[in-house]
Design a protein around this ligand. Structure first.
Ligand SMILES: C[S@@+](CC[C@H](N)C(=O)[O-])C[C@H]1O[C@@H](n2cnc3c(N)ncnc32)[C@H](O)[C@@H]1O
Length: 365
């Protein structure tokens, strides 16, 4: 939903009111873009495509200003590439005239020169030959952040991830979409385009959590099929003041390291969890404590791998998408299990006697 706007004093532009879950979204994008550019940009130029630019700036109740996704990523990019021979390019799309002008004013005010802003529907931009050439040549992180689900067709995702290193982060506007499910014909067409199939119709017979997980899983499944992503993970964000899903940030990648890093970035900002719980976000429950977390992971591993031998990387790739487990928690759990003699470890890749990595073999007793 479009936030309300406020004129920024002493400036000729407006700012959107900053909501808490938007702050979380920005911190996650910023943190992950930093990791992405640090890793992939070490040997090659990289690209960030912000498909939905927005106003460029937000304001909180104390009149503090915060920049939007593209400017934040630009700032991160300046610091990551300050002493490198490689560069990061930033392409921004904004199709609404008022929003585009506002964004340009903010960018001019900050004297940012090296970003390309287009007033265009991102669906058109990603099909332009000169843009395709760029995202096929350089590892590219796409950020797709619409207000709803209109004009975000699955069909147009198909080529974005074909080249090496390309990844997508999409804002899956669950609550808005969930409300649209039961109404008019235009929305049916939009929803079918958004999901890439009309299977979402089945959601009409479902309710509550069952409907929610059906829709998220359907989107994840179709996104994988369309883009060739090997891993897709959905991070849930609730409304700041109630225990109800607002949207999901869905991350698609072909790389388990990318998926692991994104999980770490999200968890670092959300008390070790891969979801934002609104007003409950700062509360720590028993299940968030290492002891209980490790017990739960250990039970899951015993059920899954009892009597088997599998590498550390094998386990990680096996569970990365379907569980909330972070790599550090998996490692800590396996070390505790080794101490209790519930597993044996034959180390091939670890450099230290108690380390756990890559091809180290885990034998479940
Ligand atoms: C949620 S806001 C983007 C916020 C921005 N990513 C940020 O975090 O600061 C969505 C923006 O996308 C724009 N928009 C909607 N459909 C679009 C399309 N098909 N192509 C480009 N921009 C679009 C809207 O005008 C709006 O400004």
């Amino acid at each position: 939903m479009k936030p309300s706007e406020v004129m920024v004093s002493d400036k000729d532009y407006f700012a959107w009111r900053y909501e808490e879950q938007t702050q979380i979204k920005h911190r996650v994008i910023e943190a992950y873009a930093k990791v992405y550019m640090s890793k992939l940009g070490a040997r090659s130029n990289t690209l960030f495509v912000d498909c939905h630019g927005g106003y460029g700036v937000y304001i909180d109740q104390n009149k503090n200003l915060y920049f939007g996704s593209s400017i934040r990523v630009h700032q991160v990019s300046e610091s990551v590439f300050a002493h490198r021979n490689t560069k990061n390019g930033i392409i921004i799309c904004e199709n609404d005239t008022k929003n585009y002008r506002n964004l340009c004013k903010v960018v001019d005010d900050l004297k940012i020169k090296n970003v390309s802003i287009f007033q265009i529907d991102y669906n058109e931009l990603i099909k332009k030959p000169n843009i395709i050439k760029r995202y096929q040549k350089y590892p590219t992180l796409f950020f797709i952040d619409p207000f709803g689900y209109y004009d975000t067709p699955m069909e147009n995702m198909s080529d974005l991830m074909r080249p090496f290193g390309n990844e997508i982060i999409i804002n899956f506007m669950f609550d808005f979409l969930n409300r649209g499910i039961s109404i008019s014909a235009i929305q049916e067409k939009q929803l079918t385009a958004f999901f890439g199939s009309d299977e979402w119709f089945k959601a009409r017979e479902l309710s509550g959590l069952e409907r929610e997980s059906f829709l998220v899983n359907l989107y994840k499944k179709n996104l994988k099929k369309k883009t060739g992503a090997k891993y897709v993970f959905a991070y849930r964000l609730c409304y700041p003041n109630r225990n109800q899903t607002y949207y999901y940030l869905i991350h698609a990648t072909k790389n388990s390291q990318g998926m692991g890093c994104m999980k770490d970035c999200f968890a670092l900002i959300n008390n070790g969890r891969v979801e934002y719980l609104g007003k409950k976000n700062s509360e720590i429950s028993l299940f968030d404590m290492d002891f209980f977390k490790q017990n739960e992971i250990s039970d899951m591993l015993k059920n899954k791998y009892s009597g088997r031998k599998i590498s550390f990387q094998g386990i990680w790739e096996d569970i990365i998408e379907d569980t909330a487990v972070l790599e550090k928690d998996l490692r800590a759990t396996l070390k505790a299990m080794e101490e209790k003699r519930e597993i044996k470890v034959v180390r091939f890749t670890s450099k230290t006697p108690k380390g756990l990595s890559g091809n180290d073999q885990i034998i479940f007793c």
